[in-house]
Design a binder for this molecule. Structure first.
Ligand SMILES: [Zn+2]
Ligand SMILES: [Zn+2]
Length: 348
């Protein structure tokens, strides 16, 4: 029996290296040697608290769902992919049969098997097997690190698409963490160049500027609503995105949106019930949209990166080797203000 190393979270804040059987691909699956895995906010949350919302870790779990690597074996029915191909893995495997799957909104499938969401294991292990249909070949000019980052970037594209973003519009992105930054980059690649980014942390705002924000607002220093009004000639923004997952910024959205504009909720608020000014929404005939993961967007995100439109690797603030996974998770908890994205590098 062939064995491999897997990083198993055995209890809260404890990840242990274990030997596990190397997974072998079924007929429609590929076997992938994992090269880079991004650490997601949800991974850190499972590590720190043992749960995310209604998902509770009840038995040991392998975290990680933002994964790029190289194919090392293919099942007998695999047609397009071959050994040696570089791939990005879309981590949610939907049932393919329910009304949501059949209507193309498979991110809403109630029976999805999503990597690193209890009870399913994720990609903090040397090899994974995955359906060919959800393994996307990367062009030669793209690294498997960029491949791993296609997952968060797809969230950004889904947010931009949900909002109905169109060339020439203005946007405000609340929060300049990983998801705020990928939302901004997706918007820019879709022709929304006037993106105002709001955050409390100067370091994040600097990053947003570097990646193309038209203006940044430090909401700890200035009144963010007033600043956005000044930057939009008193009109507000066509599109407003809440990515910080905070009631304070969520409440701001109705004041920031332009008449007839669209608010898109992307961040998960730990305290999901709060006061909200729906009067503003009605006065302005504004629309509120929301985002749950993404669907049908891996090819879009891969093409946007391959074409040079989106320098996705620039969101990475820190890398750790696979063996340092415990340290990487703890570092993320201890340095939340400085980390935009940690990537585990399995090739080191
Ligand atoms: Zn993620
Ligand atoms: Zn389904």
């Amino acid at each position: 029996m062939e064995m491999m190393k897997a990083a198993v979270m055995t209890e809260v804040k404890k990840i242990e290296m274990q030997q596990r059987e190397k997974p072998q691909p079924k007929a429609d699956e590929v076997q992938v040697k994992v090269e880079y895995v991004g650490v997601c906010g949800s991974d850190v949350h499972y590590f720190e608290f043992g749960r995310v919302g209604n998902f509770v870790v009840e038995k040991p779990i392998v975290l990680g769902h933002e994964c790029g690597g190289t194919i090392t074996a293919v099942g007998s029915d695999v047609k397009k992919l071959k050994v040696g191909d570089h791939v990005a893995l879309e981590p949610g495997v939907p049932c393919g049969k329910c009304e949501f799957c059949l209507s193309g909104r498979y991110n809403l499938c109630p029976d999805v098997r999503f990597m690193a969401t209890p009870p399913y294991d994720g990609a903090f292990q040397e090899y994974v097997v995955h359906p060919e249909a959800l393994s996307f070949k990367l062009p030669d000019n793209m690294s498997t690190m960029a491949g791993a980052l296609i997952e968060p970037l797809s969230v950004g594209f889904h947010a931009a698409k949900q909002s109905g973003a169109a060339v020439g519009q203005s946007a405000v992105v609340l929060g300049a963490g990983c998801i705020g930054l990928v939302t901004m980059m997706a918007l820019r690649s879709m022709g929304v160049k006037k993106v105002i980014v709001v955050d409390l942390l100067p370091k994040r705002l600097e990053k947003a500027k570097e990646l193309g924000a038209a203006a940044v607002v430090n909401s700890g220093e200035t009144d963010a609503v007033k600043a956005v009004m000044d930057l939009t000639d008193g009109a507000g923004a066509d599109l407003v995105f809440e990515t910080a997952g905070s009631p304070v910024t969520s409440m701001m959205t109705s004041y920031l949106v332009k008449r007839g504009g669209t608010i898109t909720l992307v961040g998960m608020t730990p305290k999901p019930e709060f006061n909200y000014n729906f009067g503003n929404i009605m006065d302005k005939e504004a629309t509120i949209k929301s985002v749950f993961r993404y669907c049908n967007l891996y090819p879009t995100a891969i093409n946007a990166v391959a074409s040079g439109d989106i320098p996705i690797e620039k969101i990475v603030s820190d890398t750790f080797s696979f063996d340092e996974v415990q340290k990487a998770m703890q570092y993320n908890i201890d340095n939340k203000a400085d980390v935009t994205k940690i990537v585990l590098d399995f090739t080191k």
